[in-house]
Design a protein around this ligand. Structure first.
Ligand code: UGA
Ligand code: MN
Length: 258
């Protein structure tokens, strides 16, 4: 079966480095189709150039985050901000991108597997063989999760007994996006499945909308005892605007690198 790897991405200084690392991992995996959902309304030439160089079967989609969410932090306003008593309001990252990827898969494939691979995680190529024969939904541990270290289903003698995750809350499936794959057949059986624009609840919302239960889960990676994917997070660089004068000084040069 073909694995449809759906990767949300967005423009920032780290973007091409992230996609290079992920893309060169995917070069070692056969039988995949890479769907890159760009959180933008215009094509990013650098991303296209990388995809062309890599030569992995791929589809590049423009899947911008709806404006209402992008401006959410601003719209909350001072009072509402205080009332919510939250340190910060998180955007639902990568949702429009993944939904765009799902629409593409539903239109172009009747079988196979879908995996949501964020551009900043670290993937062992063995992960892809673990998910390749997913009947409905498969799951495995994700390493380097903040607060819990690992996020994983817990098995005892091969039987599911609970979840280990730093954010259980009221989530039916307290898992990370990198910790599961679903079959294309299941997507077709649940045509109204969708991912909510709600930070922290994208995974459970999507899995619940597929109408699955714990009994449907195929536990992989040696009964969830091996880690083949890590939730790595890249430290962001800060580009000083004060260097604008230097950029102006070097017109008609290799100035598109800086
Ligand atoms: C965690 C989960 O691992 C994500 O799968 C989940 O979408 C996210 O939380 C959430 O709940 O919003 P985290 O590492 O905190 O992820 O988030 P990022 O890696 O910054 O973003 C997830 C994906 O969305 C990445 O592939 C990123 O490139 C993309 N993204 C991020 C956008 O497309 N647009 C943005 O504005 C930000
Ligand atoms: Mn991430």
């Amino acid at each position: 079966p073909i694995i449809y790897v759906i990767t949300p991405t967005y423009k920032r200084p780290e973007q091409i480095a992230e996609l290079t690392r992920l893309g060169q991992t995917l070069l070692s995996v056969s039988g995949i189709h890479w769907i890159i959902g760009d959180d933008s309304s215009k094509v990013n030439k650098r991303v296209l150039e990388l995809l062309e160089f890599l030569g992995i079967p791929h589809t590049y989609l423009l899947t911008p985050m709806p404006e209402v969410y992008r401006n959410a932090v601003v719209k909350v306003g001072r009072k509402a901000w205080r009332r919510s008593k939250r340190a910060f309001v998180q955007l639902p990252r990568g949702v429009a991108n993944r939904m765009g990827g799902l629409d593409w898969v539903k239109k172009h494939a009747s079988s196979g597997v879908v995996y949501f691979a964020d551009d900043d995680n670290t993937y062992d190529i063995r992960l892809f063989e673990e998910m390749r024969y997913t009947k409905r939904v498969s799951m495995w541990p994700v390493g380097l999760m903040s607060s819990s270290g690992v996020s994983t289903p817990v098995l005892q003698k091969g039987e599911f007994i609970g979840w280990y995750d730093g954010f259980i809350s009221n989530r039916v499936f307290p898992v990370d996006m990198a910790g599961f794959a679903v079959s294309v057949e299941l997507l077709h059986q649940a045509p109204n499945a969708s991912m909510p624009f709600k930070a922290g609840h994208e995974e459970t919302g999507f899995l619940e909308s597929l109408g699955i239960s714990v009994a449907d889960i195929e536990f992989r990676a040696d009964n969830c005892s091996k880690i083949y994917v890590w939730h790595t997070q890249t430290v962001r660089i800060y580009v000083s605007r004060r260097l604008e004068f230097m950029r102006k000084q070097y017109r008609d040069s290799n100035d598109d690198v800086f």
